[in-house]
Design a protein around this ligand. Structure first.
Ligand SMILES: [Zn+2]
Length: 466
């Protein structure tokens, strides 16, 4: 069974986010609408940062750290008064990997790759990327974007961000799209938000003593180095169009106050970095990190002997979302949009899509306007997009699912990766928060009779927080 294809998120941006007051004045930046309290930014950024520190190799080097920290402080001091959030705590850490990348989490934690500092030609270029990242944080773009997509819970978001960060190369997981709209919401922004971050970043740069045109220069530098991980930052921060032009135009309206001309610190850090052993790739640096979770970045199709489900069960907590007990020999495979429990050999991927042959997947979809059966029909249609031979020979049974009234239906499929016929038990229920929770139990057709009770037992153990 292949993971479902995700329907396009409806993303309407009614508000004109960037409005030029006067042709000669600097652009007035208005933070987009946001349904979440500022404390949510702080809380989920803190959680995701703690995970990031565990999973990523943070550089422990006083010279480099204090350099990036000082640069960050100078930018923070230049945040316009009306956009400041007292609750935010800005931190600046360097990740010892070679890709040209950086990310900032809601509420203030920022991580800058060593490769970013190494690629920059001037301090202003480093400041440019950091000012851009900082602007996303100040304008609360992560929670603003989530406001448009779906409701979320903090634990769930931290998991989504983590999945995005440790998925081998950043963004590999989120680029698959997410039904929560979460991974994308927190590390990858719309073009409107990109333009806001460019313009506010330019304003902050000028107030901090940097020439805003260095930001445009850095984007060119990143583009040029596309061979060594450059495009990742650009795909998370897409060019809204005419990026250089409008940054240069904005720069014309800005006066660089107290310009920084001393380049000694930058030169010193650069030569210090050159003397260190070369930074590893993110993939090499993260693959042997201790992790209780696997992320779905297997690139091979499932294969090998699959052990039957063990009779002892293990309980997993999925953030604040739900608890479930599954056979002890099933692994947890975390995706940005769902979680799958499957035994060794039953999970993998083909043509960029996750595939599993035995086990259960849990996920949420947004369901505000429909009844449960219509929403379940839509889920099955989405599954059918990736599984062309999917059939539903029977109708729906009413069952109890996670303590709620739910539906169960049985699907038949020919798994076009393994070539085997399989049976899929679909469970669904409507949650009070407007989401539909679903579970998919998958087994080859000739083994389904021995899995059926396992699926029922797993579903019976489910406890949901809604
Ligand atoms: Zn951006």
């Amino acid at each position: 069974m292949k993971a479902r294809l995700f329907p396009l998120q409806c993303q309407t941006i009614a508000a004109l986010l960037v409005s030029a007051a006067l042709a000669t004045a600097q652009t007035r930046i208005v933070p987009p609408d946001n349904n979440y309290p500022v404390s949510d930014d702080v809380q989920l950024g803190r959680k995701a940062a703690a995970e990031a520190r565990q999973q990523l190799p943070i550089l422990r080097d006083d010279l480099v750290n204090s350099y990036v920290e000082n640069l960050g402080r100078r930018l923070v001091a230049a945040i316009p008064q009306e956009l400041q959030h007292r609750e935010f705590t800005y931190t600046f850490e360097v990740v010892n990997v070679r890709e040209i990348n950086a990310f900032a989490l809601p509420g203030g934690p920022m991580f800058v790759n060593r490769g970013m500092v190494e690629a920059a030609n001037t301090e202003g270029e480093v400041a440019g990327v950091m000012a851009h990242e900082l602007s996303h944080v100040i304008l609360r773009h992560g929670t603003a974007q989530a406001s448009k997509a779906t409701k979320y819970q903090v634990g769930q978001v931290a998991g989504a961000i983590l999945g995005a960060i440790v998925g081998g190369t950043w963004g590999q997981v989120i680029s698959q799209g997410t039904q929560f709209g979460l991974g994308t919401a927190f590390l990858r922004f719309s073009r409107e938000y990109e333009k806001q971050a460019d313009l506010l970043g330019a304003q902050i740069m000028s107030r901090a003593g940097y020439d805003p045109r260095d930001m445009a220069n850095m984007f060119k530098t990143i583009e040029k180095q596309s061979g060594s991980g450059g495009p990742q930052w650009l795909s998370d921060h897409p060019n809204p169009g005419n990026r250089s032009d409008y940054i240069v135009q904005e720069a014309r309206t800005l006066q660089v106050s107290n310009p920084i001309r001393d380049t000694r610190a930058f030169d010193q850090v650069r030569s210090h970095l050159r003397q260190m052993p070369r930074a590893p790739t993110t993939e090499d640096a993260t693959k042997n990190r201790p992790s209780t979770r696997r992320t779905s970045n297997d690139t091979r199709p499932p294969g090998g002997r699959v052990q039957p489900p063990s009779s002892s069960y293990r309980t997993y907590d999925e953030g604040n979302l739900f608890r479930v007990s599954v056979p002890g020999n099933w692994q947890e495979i975390q995706d940005s949009n769902s979680v799958t429990f499957a035994p060794d050999g039953a999970y993998g991927s083909a043509n960029g899509q996750s595939v599993f042959t035995h086990g259960m997947e849990f996920g949420l979809t947004r369901n505000e306007s429909h009844d449960l059966q219509t929403a379940t029909d839509e889920l099955i249609q989405a599954l059918a997009q990736g599984n062309p031979s999917l059939e539903r020979p029977s109708g729906y049974d009413r069952v109890s699912f996670a303590g709620h009234r739910g539906l169960r239906t049985i699907l038949q499929n020919r798994n076009d990766v393994t070539g085997r016929d399989e049976t899929i038990a679909v469970f669904s229920t409507q949650l009070r928060n407007g989401n539909m929770l679903y579970a998919l139990g998958v087994a080859p057709r000739d083994e389904f009779s021995s899995y059926r009770n396992v699926f029922d037992r797993v579903v019976g153990s489910l406890q949901v927080n809604d």
